[in-house]
Design a protein around this ligand. Structure first.
Ligand SMILES: Cc1ncc(C[n+]2csc(CCOP(=O)(O)OP(=O)(O)O)c2C)c(N)n1
Ligand code: SF4
Length: 277
């Protein structure tokens, strides 16, 4: 029998290491927590497919010893929809970045959430396009410095967890590094949820966003993320006035409701039409 650490190691493609990730990057942490959640779900990795678009975060499927599709920029959710429709027995997990998900892939994102195909989307938000040199993304904070906003970003960012809820996703959550147990438990719930489950993880990108905004060191960047977020439980206890004034990003499980899942509805429709022909 293997212990947990040995089992997690066996999920990885050893030949792919060392990884491409910079020192202090939060993407490896997301991989670790996802594999722990998969281990806790006791999933057969032969029945799991990992998909991604393009970006540093989208490199994750390559490190997992399972079937994966490293697709085109912004299109992972469309490929994931195809995989799930072709074989509904498969567990479908998508890794995507803020740029991949909400920039070039924004339209696919809102429609995938609305359509509610059973999949888990782990969106790794580092506030910039890390892979291509630190350009601004749809989540770059106001005043944030990037290579394309050298005097500070003047656009309001998307809150992708709110966007997912507004578009109809039945399961939505958000975490930051430092909440490992909570993140693992959330990813586990997301995987077991029958429907479109969206988990946003805010992470440090010391080479891109961190360098420009002088949040380069590991502890510094974790503190920065902690400072700008508030736990859902704490937020719920604020008065209406305090809630209005709140500018912090809410973390925790934000939505968990039941909705009809697309694949099942589609199969029912196909079965009913068979009787008519
Ligand atoms: C069609 C297309 N346009 C642009 C690019 C260049 N490109 C590659 S990755 C990327 C940004 C990725 O940003 P994000 O999803 O936030 O991932 P990160 O690298 O920050 O993890 C861009 C613009 C591309 N590969 N394909
Ligand atoms: S550029 Fe940023 S996101 Fe990409 S590997 Fe380096 S630290 Fe991570």
């Amino acid at each position: 029998m293997f212990n947990r650490a040995e089992r997690i190691k066996r999920y990885l493609r050893a030949e792919m290491y060392p990884s491409i990730f910079c020192v202090g990057c939060g993407i490896g942490n997301v991989l670790n927590n996802t594999l722990r959640a998969i281990d806790e779900c006791r999933l057969d990795l032969d029945k799991v497919v990992f998909l991604s678009g393009i970006g540093c975060s989208s490199r994750l499927p390559g490190y997992i010893d399972a079937d994966g599709l490293h697709t085109t920029h912004g299109r992972a959710l469309t490929f994931a929809t195809g995989v799930k429709l072709a074989n509904s027995e498969l567990t479908v997990i998508v890794f995507t970045g803020d740029g991949d998900c909400a920039g070039i892939g924004g339209n696919h994102f809102i429609h995938a959430a609305r359509r509610n195909v059973d999949m888990t989307v782990i969106e790794i938000n580092n506030y910039n396009y890390g892979m291509t040199g630190g350009q601004s993304s749809p989540t770059t904070p106001v005043s944030g410095l990037t290579t394309t906003t050298p005097y500070g970003c003047v656009e309001e960012p998307f809150d992708l967890a709110e966007l997912a809820q507004g578009a109809g996703a039945p399961f939505v959550a958000r975490w930051i590094p430092g909440y490992a147990y909570e993140t693992i438990a959330t990813i586990k719930k997301a995987i077991l949820k029958k429907g479109f489950a969206f988990v946003e993880i805010l992470i440090p990108c010391p080479t891109g966003y961190g360098k420009k905004n002088r949040i380069e060191e590991g502890k510094e960047s974790w503190d920065w993320l902690k400072e700008m977020t508030i736990l859902k439980g704490e937020y719920d206890r604020l008065s209406a006035e305090e809630k209005q004034r709140n500018r912090k990003i809410i973390i925790g499980e934000l939505q968990n409701i039941e909705k009809k899942e697309f694949t099942q509805e589609w199969r029912k429709l196909v079965e009913s039409l068979k009787g008519e022909s």
